[in-house]
Design a protein around this ligand. Sequence first.
Ligand code: C2E
Ligand code: MG
Ligand code: MG
Ligand code: MG
Length: 289
Amino acid sequence: QAKAHGRNTLRFFDPQMQAAATARSVLEGDLRQGLLRQELLLYYQPVVNDQQRITGVEALVRWAHPQRGMVSPGEFIPLAEQTGLILPLGQWVLEQACAQLVQWADRPETRHLTLSVNVSARQFRHPDFVQLVLDTLSRTGANARCLQLELTESLLLTDVEDMIAKMTELRMEGLRFSLDDFGTGYSSLSYLKRLPLDQLKIDQGFVRDVLVDPNDAAIVRTILALAGSLDLAVVAEGVETEGQLDFLRQSGCRAFQGYLFGRPAPIDRLEQAQGLSLATGSAHGTISG
Ligand code: C2E
Ligand code: MG
Ligand code: MG
Ligand code: MG
């Protein structure tokens, strides 16, 4: 149909496509500005153990857009990846996370916590990634042993040798690695065996219907068995109900994350909800300035 209009026909004359493209480039400009204007912030969600005690948190980025309000990462992370803005954005997240670890290191009730940071494929593939992480750790003074990086299976589509080399280097410095959204991507079992991982996160898509869909139940059990034999820890994501928790427990899962234990929230709200700020009282109320 486009051909009938001859060689000079621009595809962008499709009004719907044009509208989408315009919206995207507006959002891209906004995100570029937003990074400069410090409109991004981190929310934190607890990860709990079998006794439902907090063992760590995951940092989840948010964008306080001046007109649209709070924008979720599902809307802007893909755009940031396409445009390369993920590099400064990811670096900012890492710096914030390290600064948070330094705060926690001072207090006995928080110094054991692991902080997990999501790293996108494009960020991880950057040739300087290892050095950037190590520089950030030493500049902030954060303890590498408390930092965990969450990668996704999309990384396996390219240079696996490079991935293994980078992970190995960072692990030698004390960092840990988790494979996020496990089961939704491209992992082959042979890669899984070779990757220097510490943890798998069962994708929330499998947890959601685990009580009603026998296939999801089977997948969850299989992931737990697999992780057991590869000596990997497992976190189940998206746990919302006691029923899901019971099933996961009975299947051998020992770590959980989800609305049942706490929604992602600003750090002071998380600390309050988890009772992490009680011992020191308001003396530490300086975090938010
Ligand atoms: P993810 O790393 O798999 O994070 C888990 C997502 O599940 C989060 O969505 C969290 O809010 C949501 N969630 C947690 N518990 C529950 C629950 O019980 N029920 C339901 N329905 N959802 C739950 P969020 O914060 O919107 O983040 C979405 C994704 O965006 C993340 O998925 C991660 O892939 C990406 N992301 C977030 N922050 C960053 C970041 O700083 N850098 C990069 N590269 N990606 C990020
Ligand atoms: Mg994650
Ligand atoms: Mg996930
Ligand atoms: Mg996800």
